[in-house]
Design a protein around this ligand. Structure first.
Ligand code: WT7
Length: 682
């Protein structure tokens, strides 16, 4: 499956000299290790597990599983019987056994240039222990779910690891999501407590997070699910004496407009609580397969699904992928620009880097604030060696040309990474030539919230790169390409990307709905985990992701389901029916093009359009704001009444060649939609 020989022409390596120190210095070495990881996973992962602390050892095989729905329930178990605590492995082990207490865990860089602080491993351990004691004193116990809705601050890491230390299950909701989305997630996972912050700045925009959190809690109450406690971090309104971090200079944030509503029945002040908490906190020893966290991701039916990851497998997998894919070395400064509210931040800001004792940058702001040089300024400021971002950010910065990049030296950079969607070759070349000056290999990492960590990816010193290809599988991962009838295709081919066996970090279930887990990922092709992505394998064996095969959209590297946007639209009193499709967008990858059929007697207007956009933003979050809304008195449907999205996609792009339309019930609808496209120039 892995080719014997990789091509020598039309591939890229990066001219920097990583090989001397690399963990996997050649393609041959990659192949050798890959085969070992497949033939003997116990030995391969057993060697990895030796670096970690186990309170008790596993009692069975490294991995056991069933991937075939026709043979019974789907399950994946890794290191059953062993017990450990991830927080202990990330912090205590690094401070006490590996003597890394004085090493910086995070350089925090605020939204406003000059607003900065840092935390060492020893300090992080102390802060996590204190907050873990706070959670315990609030009655949080092993297995309880805690919802976290916070900006990108060190306390977000503290909050998540404090949960982990006492065996509680965190459910982080990205702070860009709406109150409605937060409420839905809190209720689905039946969270005991919410942790949030007063507010934060995103660029020059003030986000009153507490206000949104309150609205969410009120919605929960209205739906019969009262949350008793909400712990509030004062990020913008912190008094100097409330600072626990003696290294931070006075904050340069100011927010005269911020009003922090306070409900004394529910709200508790983070700072008051930790000031009384002890620094000592015995970790809760957890079983390998105990839940570690829940993270919601869009589901194609519209209802988000709570992806559940468990303790040991996720720890080993994020630690190993981080170490090898970024070729981590002790003197690295690593920076992942994602938000911790997404899986990329969970796996590659918190868990993977801390498991390796890495030093990372934690950035609160935006790539374009105060200007488009900000990223490169930060790279030089902290001497970042390994840098991980998304194609959408690269395309956004590429628009401003190379000058803002070249204002900074970027000499420290060694490896560049991307994630979230296929990277178009133009953006790849700009990243490679301009940002990395042909020196840095690019690791195009394909993975999903569900996979826990990278599954198809180059290794920087080993894999010859092809721009736009995620190249080959990571250790332990066995991909296949299937045709519509579920037959495995050999050699160069294109079809459904599936995986034939589990790796330690794959998700275990959908929270509270194992049946949904089985039907989404395992029903279509029994015996395989179905990613939902299309994929092509070229003559050299390289894998190329071709995009989603289902009704999912990828906006700025984040999945949204057409159904969830449609249901937000039809909740508006004026809308009878809605159909949403993706339209290629030069920066975001895809933009949302929405067709709405209004109820009888309602007229279309600019005001209504603005209301609809606002409605979707409020129901889901800013990321789902429609780019285009078109009044559609009729929608193209099959004779059986199914909306033909394929046709709508063509209309959105103004492509007249519709292919086979013989199943269309009324073709005049299509002509009308073409004539009234909402923006003739797009
Ligand atoms: C979907 C998963 C994994 C963290 C970010 C998104 C697409 C992701 C790549 C890539 C091509 C990619 C896929 C996948 N995707 N990375 N390197 N090349 N496509 O997590 O929200 O769970 O989305 O993102 O379509 O299925 P997610």
């Amino acid at each position: 499956m892995i080719p014997d020989n990789v091509p020598e022409e039309n591939v890229f390596y990066g001219s920097g000299d990583l090989k001397k120190e690399s963990h996997v210095p050649s393609f041959d070495k990659y192949k050798e290790l890959y085969l070992k990881s497949i033939d003997n996973p116990d030995e391969f992962w057993g060697a990895v597990a030796k670096d970690f602390f186990w309170k008790s050892k596993p009692t069975g095989p490294f991995l056991s599983y069933n991937f075939d729905v026709t043979k019974g329930e789907i399950f994946i178990k890794c290191m059953e019987g062993a017990s450990t605590n991830i927080c202990y492995n990330l912090l205590d082990r690094n401070v006490h056994e590996r003597k890394l207490g004085d090493r910086v865990a995070f350089y925090w860089e605020g939204n406003e240039p000059g607003d900065e602080s840092s935390v060492t491993y020893r300090e992080l351990l102390q802060r996590v222990c204190r907050f873990a004691n706070v959670l315990r004193s609030q009655g949080v116990k092993k297995g309880d779910r805690v919802s976290i809705y916070m900006p990108m601050v060190i306390e977000l890491v503290v909050a998540m690891l404090a949960c982990v230390r006492i065996g509680a299950v965190h459910s982080i909701v990205f702070a860009g999501f709406s109150a409605e989305s937060l409420c839905e997630r809190i209720m689905d996972s039946q969270c005991l407590l919410l942790i949030t912050a007063d507010g934060f700045y995103r660029g020059d925009k003030l986000i009153n997070l507490k206000h949104l959190a309150d609205e969410a809690l009120q919605k929960c109450r209205d739906k019969g699910f009262p949350i008793k406690r909400c712990i509030v971090l004062k990020h913008l309104s912190k008094e100097p004496e409330e600072s626990v971090d003696s290294h931070s200079p006075p904050a340069k944030r100011s927010c005269p407009d911020l009003q922090v509503p306070w409900n004394p029945e529910v709200d508790l002040c983070w700072h008051a609580l930790i000031s009384e908490a002890s620094d000592e906190c015995e970790p809760e020893w957890c079983n390998s397969e105990d839940p570690l966290f829940i993270l919601y991701t869009s589901g194609s039916t519209g209802k988000p699904k709570g992806v559940v990851h468990t303790v040991s497998g996720y720890m080993l997998y994020t630690a190993t992928t981080f170490k090898l894919v970024f070729d981590h070395q002790p003197d690295d400064v690593y920076w992942c620009t994602a938000d911790i509210g997404w899986i990329t931040g969970h796996s590659y800001i918190t868990y993977g880097p801390l498991a390796n004792g890495a030093t990372s940058v934690l950035f609160e702001g935006l790539p374009t604030y105060p200007d488009v040089s900000r990223m490169w300024e930060i790279v030089d400021k902290y001497h970042v060696t390994k840098f991980y971002t998304a194609p959408t950010a690269i395309r956004l910065l590429m628009k401003s040309g190379s000058e803002p990049v070249q204002k900074f030296k970027r000499e420290s950079l060694k490896v560049l990474g991307t994630v979230g969607e296929p990277i178009n070759p133009e953006a790849w070349h700009w990243y490679y030539n301009v940002v990395g000056e042909k020196r840095c290999p690019i690791v195009d990492t394909f993975w999903q919230t569900e996979t826990g960590g990278h599954v198809l990816t180059p290794l920087p010193a080993a894999t010859p790169m092809k721009p736009g290809s995620a190249t080959f599988p990571f250790f332990g991962v066995v991909p296949a390409i299937l045709n519509e009838s579920g037959e495995e295709l050999e050699g160069p081919s294109e079809g459904y990307l599936v995986f034939k066996q589990p790796w330690p970090g794959v998700m275990r279930t959908v929270y509270g709905n194992h049946q949904r887990f089985e039907s989404i990922y395992f029903k279509k092709f029994p015996g395989y985990y179905v990613t939902g992505d299309g994929c092509r394998r070229d003559k050299d064996g390289y894998y190329w992701i071709t995009g989603r095969m289902d009704d999912m959209l990828n906006v700025s590297g984040h999945l949204l389901s057409t159904a969830e946007v449609e249901s937000a639209l039809v909740e508006h009193r004026a809308v009878a029916e809605a159909a949403v499709v993706g339209r290629p967008h030069p920066i975001k990858g895809e933009s949302l093009y929405c067709f709405v059929t209004l109820k009888d007697g309602v007229g279309y207007s600019q005001t209504l359009e603005a209301e609809l956009k606002k409605q979707v933003r409020e129901k889901i979050g800013a990321i789902a704001t429609p780019d285009y809304i078109q009044n559609a008195p009729g929608l193209p449907k099959t004779r059986s009444g199914k909306i033909m999205r394929r046709v709508l996609r063509k209309i959105a792009c103004n492509e007249k060649d519709l292919g086979d339309t013989s199943t269309l019930a009324d073709s005049s609808v299509v002509d009308e939609l073409f004539q009234n496209r909402c923006c003739a120039s797009v």
